[in-house]
Every structure is written in structure tokens, then in C-alpha cells.
Design a protein around this ligand. Sequence first.
Ligand code: ATP
Length: 256
Amino acid sequence: MTVPLIQFDRVFKSFGDNAVLKGVDLSIYRGEVTAIIGKSGIGKSVLLKHIIGLLEPDRGQILFDGQALKAMGVAQRKAARMKFSYMFQGTALFDSMTVYENVALPLKEKGRMPFHEITNRVRDKLTQLDLAGIEDKYPSQLSGGMKKRVAMARALVTDPEIVLFDEPTTGLDPVRKNAAHAMISEYQKAFGFTGVMVSHEIPDVFYISQRIAMLDQGRIVFQGSPDAIRNSTEPVIRQFIRGQDPETMTAASSQH
Ligand SMILES: Nc1ncnc2c1ncn2[C@@H]1O[C@H](COP(=O)(O)OP(=O)(O)OP(=O)(O)O)[C@@H](O)[C@H]1O
């Protein structure tokens, strides 16, 4: 059986008396895009932050390639983290840096890349994201949607193995939202990266994900393919993805 690249093994996390994760079991496989869906405030960002170690579980563990993150030595953890890139809510661009400098930063941090290659890579990413010509602007001069796309360019500029996206398309207009989804999809085909994406874009996200995981009441209540979730008969899932009241649906179907 394939070992998941990232695995949550009965993970619990509370903040004071707010129990957010209550035994999360989740498997994320190499080369797939996994979409994490669920109601607002249910704990999707909290789950994502556990993957990169911004939060630690109270109980349970997270395995990376079959090995517990907390059992790894400092160097091994660092090597594992080097494979990650992430794009979180609130784009976290550096206001004192230009767009070019923001996007180039991860390449400079990696070290030993010739100047002209950095320039080419940054230009390529900005062009792909419809941002050519704004290299010298500062984040404060950009619209919210533009900032989001700059953040995406920065997350992808190193061609990372694993990318975590927290609502990458929220606030984008429909055309740019589709473009951002298409780009994630094209990247996956080109580089086979592993993506974990928190998203409210249902059903759009089903078209670019191989696996969907739904978080509800502190647990993963569904994990499987987009087709499987579309065909699920579980009322809580149907209600969420179709926005329909299961009682109304049952009443309607019994009339036929
Ligand atoms: N660092 C923290 N300290 C205290 N509480 C926190 C912290 N981070 C998250 N929470 C709480 O955890 C819960 C889940 O928050 P989270 O941001 O993960 O939800 P979400 O599902 O991503 O929501 P949304 O879809 O609206 O972005 C909320 O009640 C939030 O207040």
C-alpha cells in the first residue's frame, strides 16, 4: 500500500476550552491535490498550520513520509520543511519590498542561484499570473486580487514539492479565479507537486483536486475522490456541498 506523504494520526488541538481538532485522521498522497473543505471557522487553517509545524498537536501525531515530525532531528525537520511552500490567507507580502523583490526572496533564500536565473524565473511567474509590468510596484500600490497573485507567484517560484494554499482564490474575480485554478492544475501536471488547499470554491475546486477531505465537528468526515463526494448520500455532506436541506431533499425524492 502507498505510504501517504503526510498523515494525520488522531490529531487533537484545543485553544483554551475551544476544542477545534478532535481526532483528525487524514492522508495526503504524493502528486495529488487534496482540497480541505468545511464550514467557516471549523478549523481548516488550524489543520493546515499543523502540516508546517506552525501549530503542534495536543495529542496524536503528524507523519511525513511515514515518519513522525516530532521524532525528527532539527536537520531532518529543516530538510522536510525545505520541500514546502505555502500561501496563507492575508498574503504576507513585505510592504517595504517591491513585487520583484517579494517574488525573488524564496530563490535568494535558497542560495547559489545566478542573478540572471532569478530574474528569468521571477519574470516567468509574473507573466503566467498576468502581472507583467508591475515588478517595481510596492504591495500598497496593488489591489487585493493582485496581491493574492503576487503571493501565488512567490509560493510557486521555487517549483516546490509540496504547496499549501489557504483559500488562494478568495476575493478574486471569476476570470482570475479560474486562471488561478488553471495555473495550480497546470503546475501539478508539469511538476507533479503535492498540493493541499483549503477552499470554499465548491464545485470549482473539485475539478483541480484528486482528493477531497471534509472537516466537520473536529473530524474528517469524508475523504475520497471528487466523484465520490458528489455522489455521497451522507446528509451532512450533501447539505454542505449542494447547499440543500437533506430533509427537503428526502421529502422531494419520496414524492417521485
Ligand atoms: N492561534 C489561535 N489561538 C486561538 N484560537 C485560534 C487560533 N487559531 C485558530 N483559532 C480558532 O480555531 C477555530 C478554527 O479557526 P480556523 O481559522 O482554522 O477556521 P477555518 O475553517 O479556516 O475558517 P475560515 O473558512 O473562515 O477561514 C476558530 O474558532 C478560531 O478562533
